[in-house]
Ligand binder design. Sequence first.
Ligand SMILES: [Zn+2]
Length: 411
Amino acid sequence: METKTKFFWKNFWLRYRLVNGRREDVEGIIIEGACTETTVKFDFIKGWIESGAKTEEFLLQESGKLLCRKPIISWIFYILSGAQEIEVDEWDEYSRFPYEKSWQAKHSLNEIPVVDYLFQAVFQGLVISGVNLEDKFQKSSVFLSHDIDTIHGFTTEFKHLIKSQMFKPLFRLVKKYLQGYDAWNTIQSLMKIEQKFGFKSTFFFLAEHKFYKGVRNADYKLSDPYIQYCLRELNSKKFTVGLHGALNSFRAPEYLKTQLKQLNPPSTIHRFHFLHFQLNRMVLALREAGIKIDCSLGWASACGFRMGTAKPFYLFDHTAKETTEIIEIPFQIMDATLANAKYGNYSPSEAEEVTLGIISQIEKVNGVVGLIWHNNYFSDYSLRPWKTLYIKLLEHFKDKNIQCFDLKDLR
Ligand SMILES: [Zn+2]
C-alpha cells in the first residue's frame, strides 16, 4: 500500500470502528481517484464546507465501489501530515512554523477543522455503501493542559503592583510571599478548581533549567521541594504529568531521553517548550525517546487548526517517510496567543469571544478542544482577568456537558 494511503487508513481507524467485517475489505472499496498527485483546492473545500459538506461532491457509489471525484486521500495526507511545513521550510526564531506562511492564513481557514469534514465524507460514503461503521467521536471533549515554565513571579508582580499603585493586592502578595508562597505557585489552585468541575488536566514540566541561546527553559529544578510536592500531589490526585521538552531537544538524540528519565512519575506524554516543533526534524527525536503522545502542534501566533483537525491523529515522520505510532493531540487555543501583544493582543473579553467561536467549530465535528493555560495565567495579580477567563471556560464546558478527553475511548 502506498505511504499516503497507509497514513490515511491508520488515521481513519483511529476515528472509526468497524462493527463487523474485515478492515482489508473496507480499504478495498475506495479506489479510483482517491490518491492522485494534485495540489489541494482549498477554496473548493471552503465552499464545500460552507454549503453543507455533502458527501456526494467527493464520493460516488458505483457497483459496490466508491469513486472519488476529488483526490480525498491525497488532500487529507497533505493537510494532516503537515506536508506544507516541509514544503515551505521556513521557521521562526524558535524553530516554529509561522502561521503567516500557512495555507490556513492564505485562505482564512485556520478556524475550520477541514480534515474532520473530509474524513466524515469518507465515513458517510462507506456507510452508504453498506459498511457497518461506528464513529468513536460521539461527542465533543476537552484536553486541558498546563505548561509549567516559570513559578517565580514575585518580582514581576511586585513591580507591576507598585507601578499601578495597587496597594491592597501588593500587601497580599508580600504577606503570602513571607509565608512561603510565590505569586505563580498556582498548581494547587488549578487542581482545586478543575476538581471542583470534575475535570482532570495534564501538567507539563521542564527537566532543564539552563538557558539555551539566551532563552529560558525552566526557572526551577525538578528537585526543588515545591515541584516535588506538586508532582506528588498531581500523582495522588490522578492528574497527568508530562515532559515539557527543553529548547534544543531534537539536536542530540539522547537529550530528550535524559530529560524523560528525570520525571517521576515516569511519563511518555510530551509537549515542546515554546512549541519548538519543527516537523521535519523533531518527529525522529520523539520516536527515539519513546514518546507515545505529543501535544505540541498548534500555532503560537494564532488560534486554530494547524493540522486541519480537532482530533488526535498518528504523526507522520517526513524523514523516514512513514506513519509513526505517536499520537498527536493538537491544541487550538493558548492563553499567550490570545494575550500577547505580538500575537492576538486581545482583551480578555475579546479572547473569550474568539475562544468560544473556536469551541463551537470543534463542537460541530465532535472534536477535542485543546487548551493550554500556563500557571502564571492563573495568578491573582497582573494576569487575574485571564484566571477569570479560564474559570469561565471551565464553566462553559461543564454547562455543555463537555467532558475531559480520554484516549482510551479510541480503542
Ligand atoms: Zn513552555
